[in-house]
Design a protein around this ligand. Structure first.
Ligand code: ZN
Ligand code: ZN
Length: 177
């Protein structure tokens, strides 16, 4: 019997797939727009005397930075609701706090992922034992002391209670698989 925690299955490609189309479009526009600004709107006299590779290096690195920022805002706009965090508040913070402080704060402070109830699909916070909408038991816990137990445990690791004597032994033992 394998015990699999859904919050541990983290993959970068799945996270990247969260980035919405509008933010990818915004990133492309920002990248092209930055090149335009760099070469036509604010042609810095010193820079234009610089060798071409150096100019390309500066313009693309600045543009890439802005483009990544757009993607970051897009990611946060999709990621925040999954964690029950205010989406518009964080988008606003990312725009207002310059220099990348918004996203840094976001990644420092972000809450754990909400999972979906296997029975009805409502959002469940990580410390819930039962679904708030349908009372499905999402985490195995001891019938005596109510501490969390692993679904493979036979006795409670906190109080030694025999878990098989609880009302829902089948779900406690195998409901997670
Ligand atoms: Zn439910
Ligand atoms: Zn117990």
């Amino acid at each position: 019997m394998s015990y699999r925690d859904s919050s541990s299955s983290f993959s970068v490609s799945e996270e990247l797939r969260l980035i919405p189309r509008w933010s990818i479009a915004l990133a492309v526009v920002a990248f092209v727009g930055m090149q335009y600004l760099f070469y036509y709107v604010f042609p810095h006299p010193h820079l234009h005397r610089a060798p071409v590779p150096l100019r390309i290096y500066f313009s693309t690195s600045w543009a890439a930075l802005v483009a990544v920022y757009m993607l970051m805002i897009g990611y946060i706009s999709e990621d925040a609701p999954r964690r029950n965090m205010g989406k518009w508040l964080w988008i606003l913070l990312c725009i207002v706090l310059q220099g990348g402080i918004g996203p840094i704060l976001y990644f420092l402070l972000r809450q754990p992922l909400l999972s979906a109830c296997p029975s009805c699909g409502s959002r469940i916070e990580s410390d819930f034992h039962f679904c708030p909408q349908c009372a499905y038991r999402v985490a195995a816990n001891c019938g005596s002391c109510h501490n969390g137990v692993r679904s493979t445990d036979v006795y409670c690791t906190y109080c030694g209670h025999d878990l098989a004597s609880d009302n829902l032994p089948a779900r406690l033992r195998g409901g997670q698989n």
